[in-house]
Design a protein around this ligand. Structure first.
Ligand code: NAP
Ligand code: GDD
Length: 330
């Protein structure tokens, strides 16, 4: 019989790729969506008519909805990907961020403990927890020093997952994922923003790309690789936590330069404008992960290089702008 997977955050970048991946493995996939005045399902257009894919209604802020769903579905695997995931917004909405991104994890874990304690649980932890890094590269043992309300909330979500594993013997795991990107990334995140605005400059639709801090360094991978790691984490005999990263770091400026170079523009400074509105109250200057444990235990490694990622993203934006293509086609 097919396994059943329950995904929160299915409308997001990772949730939509994870749903594609699990459907290709013959899972019955239940994707939780929250009520919005206009449904935003554009990342799911390629699977909405798949009979093995089921949209169900619930919200991380509402325990009763989580308990109702887990009682009805009794999933084998739970992937908790829903969160207020944009770091900048976490300063503007710190309480909401704490409610969804921190307490939401406890609500999910409690629902699982009450309704389906035999299920396996994946928590979407983040390299943002390392913040002002205390060790380089960062591993599963590096202490956390979060630098944003989002990072603080993720650290809570991480530790409550560890705590439920140890308190109740649940199969509860965390993937500490470094930044991962794709054409399905939200337009507010820096890689998609750069890819989109560089494509607009190339096509004569915009004069300059407007960004904040170009000096921050990130370990950027490809989202499709990273959802496979989530699944692998839940296929192990024992629950554990894993860093998922490429082991390579680049500045935002390098991403920008590479994106311009890909469309044949070498004098990128001519087309760049600093906008202080995109600077952050506290910055995470350097992230670079050591995914040795994932490589050794999960046999996982990334397949897409930094320069390939830049090309994938810029080509997708050029295609969208030129052909009005749908994001979910990529
Ligand atoms: P994303 O594209 O922003 O998706 C976030 C998802 O959460 C959306 O489906 C959103 O639904 C849902 N959501 C937000 N609040 C909710 C609530 N109260 N109840 C139910 N659903 C809610 O994020 P992503 O990039 O796919 O990331 C997935 C997860 O991994 C997040 O937890 C993120 O913090 C974490 N993470 C991401 C990265 C990365 O580089 N992408 C790295 C480390 C960790 P709507 O569509 O309705 O808004
Ligand atoms: N978004 C954005 N917009 N970031 C900018 C801009 C801009 O105009 N200009 C410079 N940046 C810098 C930010 O200051 C940050 O240092 C870096 O670009 C990356 O920003 P984001 O793409 O917004 O990602 P993030 O690193 O803050 O957070 C992402 O990765 C985390 C994992 O480390 C998100 O996906 C989080 O949900 C995730 O946990």
């Amino acid at each position: 019989m097919s396994k059943k997977a329950f995904i929160t955050g299915v409308t997001g970048q990772d949730g939509s790729y994870l749903a594609d991946f699990l459907l290709s493995k013959d899972y019955q996939v239940y994707g939780m969506v929250r009520r919005t005045s206009t449904p935003i399902l554009e990342r799911l257009t390629n699977i909405l008519s798949n009979p093995n894919f089921h949209l169900v209604n619930g919200d991380l802020a509402d325990s009763s909805s989580l308990i109702r769903l887990l009682n009805e579905i009794k999933p084998d695997e739970i992937y908790n990907l829903a969160a207020q995931s944009f770091v900048q917004t976490s300063w503007e909405e710190p309480i909401l961020t704490g409610d969804y991104t921190a307490l939401g994890v406890t609500r999910m874990l409690e629902a699982m403990r009450l309704c389906c304690p035999q299920a396996k649980f994946y928590q979407a932890s983040s390299s943002e927890m390392f913040g002002k890094v205390l060790q380089t590269p960062q591993t599963e043992k590096t202490p956390f020093y979060p630098r944003s309300p989002y990072g603080v909330a993720k650290a809570y979500g991480h530790f409550i997952t560890v705590n439920y594993r140890e308190s109740y013997n649940l199969f509860a795991c965390s993937g500490i994922l470094f930044n991962h990107e794709s054409p399905r990334r939200g337009l507010e995140f820096v890689t998609r923003k750069i890819a989109h605005q560089v494509a607009e400059v190339k096509l004569g639709l915009r004069e300059k790309v407007e960004l904040g801090n170009l000096e921050a360094k990130r370990d950027w991978g490809y989202a499709k690789d990273y959802v496979q790691a989530m699944w692998l984490i839940l296929q192990q005999d024992k629950p554990d936590d894993y860093v998922i990263a490429t082991g390579e770091t680049h500045t935002v400026g390098e991403f920008l330069q590479a994106a311009f170079a890909h469309v044949g523009i070498e004098d990128w400074q001519t087309y760049f404008q600093h906008n202080p509105a995109f600077d952050r109250p506290a910055e995470v200057d350097l992230l670079i992960g050591d995914a040795s444990k994932a490589k050794q235990v999960l046999n996982w490694q990334p397949s897409v290089t930094f320069s390939d990622l830049v090309k994938i993203m810029v080509d997708a934006e050029m295609a969208i702008l030129q052909n009005q293509a749908k994001v979910a086609d990529f």
